[in-house]
Design a binder for this molecule. Sequence first.
Ligand code: AMP
Length: 363
Amino acid sequence: MSKIDRQGILDVLDGYDKEDITIATLGSHSSLHMFQGAKKEGFKTAVVCEKGREVPYQRFDVADEYIIVDKFSDIVNDDVQQELRDMNSIVFPHGSFVAYAGLDNIETIFNVPMFGNRDILRWEAERDLERKLMTESGVRIPQKISDPSKIDGTVMVKFPGARGGRGYFVANSTEEFDEKIEAMLQRKWIEEEDIKEAHIEEYVLGCNYCIHYFYSGLKDEVELLGIDSRYESTIDGLTRVPAKDQLDIGVDPSYVITGNHPVVMRESLLPQVFDIGDRITEGAKGLVPPGFNGPFCMQTLVNDDLEVVVFEMSARSDGGTNTFMNGSAYSYIKFGEPMSMGQRMAREIKNGIKDDRLDDIIT
Ligand code: AMP
């Protein structure tokens, strides 16, 4: 199927009443601050919500319109798309939107103007593309080990797909790799055919920082909006158990994200943080034009050499932005007001309308 025609999207946008734009997204993930931020910037909001999941939007009173669907994936249905266009909607993508709408659908049939670059979403989802973007941008990433027989030191083993951190394990040798693969098969966390998909990389011993950036296409500037760190089960639960009892528990940890907390980094690391943001946005401009546009997140580990190592990225609003719905230390420094990621996105749309440059930031 052919890709969404850019001119078609611009034509839809052209037909919108710019005085009456609605900010719309799927009711999940990081939508609360998107809606609240959009309202603060003077927009109407619409939530596309799975039946039975309306409660947060009603109780926090952030949505003006409800498009109730049987299942989240119905957001790509023709009638839902039409309803969105009828409301002059600009869609804000986030992790659940991408997961439920589906990358292929976003690229080929979702004919509603979106904030951001719909083509870059695939670069986050496919590990090889992600590594290409980071390597060519000159960002420090964990070293890749090409084959289990070459394991020589501590490695992190990952599997593709939607298992999240459940499919991860640590190994120190080829033998341990084989043993753990066997255990994973028995727990039915992977299937036989997944084994060849195992991605093996250097284990980075360090602290976790997920850095939330905003790239303003209007200003050609990378902004640091906030930083969070993750709570992951069962690894974070295991660290609360004394070491001798950890051995008795005898379960390999998993890395399933269950929550986030806001953090700040030591100030001397911030030059690296900005350098990473600048490099990756420059790299993306060349590889997948127009590059990043709006929110993106670099998930990092900082080791004791004070290197910021990027092990993953989100090419759209990341769930960790929920830690600064009322602004972060950094967004406050930048804006002098409590700026959430959602509000920053809405402000970019507002500025795009004011400067008659919406075309530059919509795909
Ligand atoms: P991800 O699903 O890629 O966000 O990773 C889940 C978790 O696995 C991270 O939050 C880290 O705790 C851990 N992790 C991922 N990659 C590495 C690595 N190369 N070294 C050490 N820990 C890692």
